[in-house]
Design a protein around this ligand. Sequence first.
Ligand SMILES: [Zn+2]
Length: 151
Amino acid sequence: MPCDMCGAESELLLAEIEGVRMQVCATCARFGKVLGKAPAGPSRVPVRPARPEPPEEPEWTIVADYAQRIRDRRESLGMKQEDLAKKLAEKESLVHKIEVGAFSPGLELARKIEKLLGITLLEKAAPGDAPSGVEKRGALTLGDIARLRKA
Ligand SMILES: [Zn+2]
């Protein structure tokens, strides 16, 4: 039987690679966790397609125009900076700094302001927005392995 990954005809092992159970040759089995010998015969474990990349930890970023959003909303609610500061349990000077864009509130404070004012200050960074060339993943993905095998 051919290896599920590289197609090599050899004795197969049952291995879990990236969460997918496959019957692979000893070489490919090293990319995952070997569960044991592959069962002989036609009772093959169906090969599931490689699952999509696990979602990255969502990265929240503060919107670029947070200062304006906060100020506009606060003003439309008829609040003073002082009022907002009190509700946030922060200093008025901090609210001022935020509203002039001199201080970017952290995630926690931004969430508080969002709730308080009913506005959106945080957005999930789109995957494509991440600085390019930064590869967090250390292990080879199935796609990588497939590419390596084809090369
Ligand atoms: Zn193989």
